[in-house]
Design a protein around this ligand. Sequence first.
Ligand code: ADP
Ligand code: MG
Length: 384
Amino acid sequence: MKLNTAAMRYLTSEDFRVLTATEMGSKNHEVVPTTLITQISGLRGGSGVGNCISELAKANLIARVKNASYDGYRLTYGGYDYLAIKAFSNRKTIYSVGNQIGVGKESDIYVVADERSHKRVLKIHRLGRISFRSVKNNRDYLRNRQSASWMYLSRLAAQKEYAFMKALYDNGFPVPEPVDQSRHCIVMSLIPGFPLRQLSSHEDPSTLYSSLMLFIVRLANHGLIHCDFNEFNIMILDNPPSDDAQFVVIDFPQCVSVDHADAERYFKRDVDCIRRFFEKKLGYVAEDAPDFKKDVQRIGKLDIEVQASGFSKKIVKDFERAIAESREKGEQSLAAGSQSDFEDSNGDSESDDTDHGNADEDEDEQAKVEAADDEEAEEEEQHE
Ligand code: ADP
Ligand code: MG
């Protein structure tokens, strides 16, 4: 999906208030009733809010939902992007948005810059592109509100990735520097290099291979397994400072603890992936590869530290299941047309099967909007 920043220039602070109100309303409503949007926004005068709503809808930041039993709107991907970027802009972590440099199955990557023209990377998580049947079927937090799940899961992916990146960066692992996180987006340093996948030959593959394997073992010694350690998620530096520091590892939302029931299998998968790449692409057949049981000795607890920073075991487990499912049969489920499980930013095929909340919740929302501005409409009840 293309990131549309044009609206940033002409939307008024009232428009922004109404957009924020729609986000907050989404906490309890799949389709946010117009009356609730008005109420949460705290703006008086019916036509004013109406104008804001039509501006926002014209810019595709919110979408009118057809077939609803009442008049309502939902936040689109574009609207969610806008809120995150606005937060970054207010916090001065992003000043301008440049070219898109990557499109993953589950993310869009842009080069951005701060006020001093320092380049950074904006990663926008887009988990609604894939199916999350297991989560959808099993989780009460989604309360059958399927379209809310793309927001929830994408935000969880960003929070999780940011937390892991920070823990790894602070412990001296070669990963990008995490700069900021809002909603489903993270900002990190731009790595001057290219994905390992683009390497077709190397003058000393054994040194590179060894340091990659050392990374996997060191990570596991600190309690973590990357789980997607492949040639797409390893950046080779244009100007490496030394032979032992030729790469930077990216893409962490699927990381798991070494205490995970499938840890050994995931570890082996990461190892085999690199081994295979070196054999096939670089013609290097390694004599040795690390073994989970023999070579991993826990010396750190990054898994526990990250968990302590806000991810309950239950949420992490659900999320891991969703990620594993998507990685293992993502293509398959896409092909099987499971997209209908989720809306995309233009989809308006959903029907309104939401509960209509209650007065308490609505009051609660209103109390919070006063301070909303660039804060997120947190879904706290989902963090238990
Ligand atoms: P996905 O989860 O969709 O795989 P990634 O985080 O792996 O997303 O990023 C996708 C691509 O974007 C990478 O393969 C890389 O080419 C580029 N990229 C991501 N982060 C950075 C970064 N910090 N610096 C430079 N390039 C990056
Ligand atoms: Mg990746």
